[in-house]
Design a protein around this ligand. Structure first.
Ligand code: IPM
Ligand code: MN
Length: 352
């Protein structure tokens, strides 16, 4: 029997509350399907930083390289200056574990309210493949004459042929495997970012020749946001760079029912991947037992899928759908569920 070694970073705010429910579902499904696992819990986050001055030590990263996967709650603290925890923990993990794909399914489950009129689960079922280790996130650039009237601030988007190609290739493979409409849309801005997206477009077209079964399409990022709202059914898989992917996946979260259900994976196909609900630490709901754990449970589903525990992953997804179809969850928004965080977790377990 397989024993998986999982790292758990509950993090800040409501992170620990939703992680608890995700682990509850993991425990239940592991018994049903028959695999075992051990968890290592890491204390990193805003509170730990305030206490110790440390974000994420290199020694912990080295340790994490030996894990099978990482499960992350939320990172973010109202009293820590923006950028410190993001760069020091989340981005550091993505970069040092070379998690070059950010995978974000945008799937509207039955009985979930979407702000898009006249669209249902058949229309909203797409996946965004976001490049996760390059672009504007590399931190290229700097200041010149900072704080003076002649100040210059430069923020560079770094795009390498290697980085773009491995992302595009992953997206083609994923589209083929997903076997829905087998359509892959490159989302870019070739009309203005004529260097970066020229590289993306050429790479996309070259790799496309190896995947004749996949239909290809292109949309500028501004048009992509427009179509995601007006005709989400046009999309199957979207591949894009780090910054555009960040933006369009928040839009994606909204059309699938909100942060209460949106999950994502930071994936290194050859290494250690990390799964998280994409909503933040929600300080105002912390400790109230009112935050929605479904996003964290969906992140656990993705983690299981990534471990190739396909049956377990499917069972978890079916249980989430069962819980939603039961009509017992009044809304996916924090504080309006009509159930507590723990009750939603229990409800999902009851459908396993
Ligand atoms: C996300 C988040 C992060 C990002 C932040 C917290 C650094 O918004 O995972 O989408 O911009 O990538
Ligand atoms: Mn984001």
């Amino acid at each position: 029997m397989n024993t998986y070694h999982l790292g758990v970073i509950p993090g800040d705010g409501t992170g620990p509350e939703v992680v608890r429910e995700g682990l509850k579902v993991l425990e239940a499904v592991s018994r049903k399907v028959g695999f075992s696992y051990e968890t290592v819990v890491y204390p990193f986050g805003g509170e730990y930083y305030q206490k110790t001055g440390e974000t994420l030590p290199d020694s912990a990263v080295e340790e994490m390289k030996k894990l099978d996967a990482i499960y992350l709650g939320a990172i973010g603290h109202p009293e820590v200056k923006p950028g410190i925890l993001e760069k020091g923990i989340l981005l550091k993990l993505r970069f040092s574990l070379d998690q070059y794909i950010n995978l974000r399914p945008v799937k509207l489950y039955p009985n979930v309210w979407t702000p898009i009129k006249d669209k249902g689960p058949d229309d909203i079922d797409l996946v965004v493949v976001r490049e996760n280790t390059e672009g504007l996130y590399v931190g290229g650039g700097g200041f010149l004459r900072k704080g003076t009237a002649e100040e210059v601030a430069i923020q560079e988007s770094i795009n390498t042929r290697f980085g773009v190609e491995r992302c595009v290739r992953y997206a083609f493979e994923y589209t083929q495997r997903r076997n829905r409409r087998k359509k892959l849309t490159l989302c870019g801005k070739t009309n203005v970012l004529t260097y970066a997206f020229d590289l993306w477009e050429r790479t996309f077209q070259e790799v496309a020749r190896e995947y004749p079964q996949v239909q290809t399409d292109y949309a500028h990022v501004d048009a992509t946001t427009m179509w995601m709202v007006k005709n989400p059914e046009w999309f199957d898989v979207i591949v894009t760079d780090n910054m555009f992917g960040d933006i369009i996946t928040d839009l994606g979260a909204m059309i699938q029912g909100g942060m209460g259900i949106a999950a994502g994976g930071n994936i290194n196909p050859q290494g250690v991947s990390m799964f998280e609900p994409i909503g933040g630490s929600a300080p105002k709901y912390t400790g109230k037992n009112v935050i929605n754990p479904l996003a964290a449970i969906c992140a656990m589903q993705m983690l299981l899928d990534n471990l190739e525990e396909k049956e377990a992953a499917q069972k978890v997804e079916q249980a989430v759908i069962g819980a939603l179809e039961s009509g017992k969850i009044k809304s996916l928004s924090a504080g309006q569920m009509g159930l507590t965080t723990q009750e939603v977790g229990d409800l999902v377990v009851s459908f396993l």
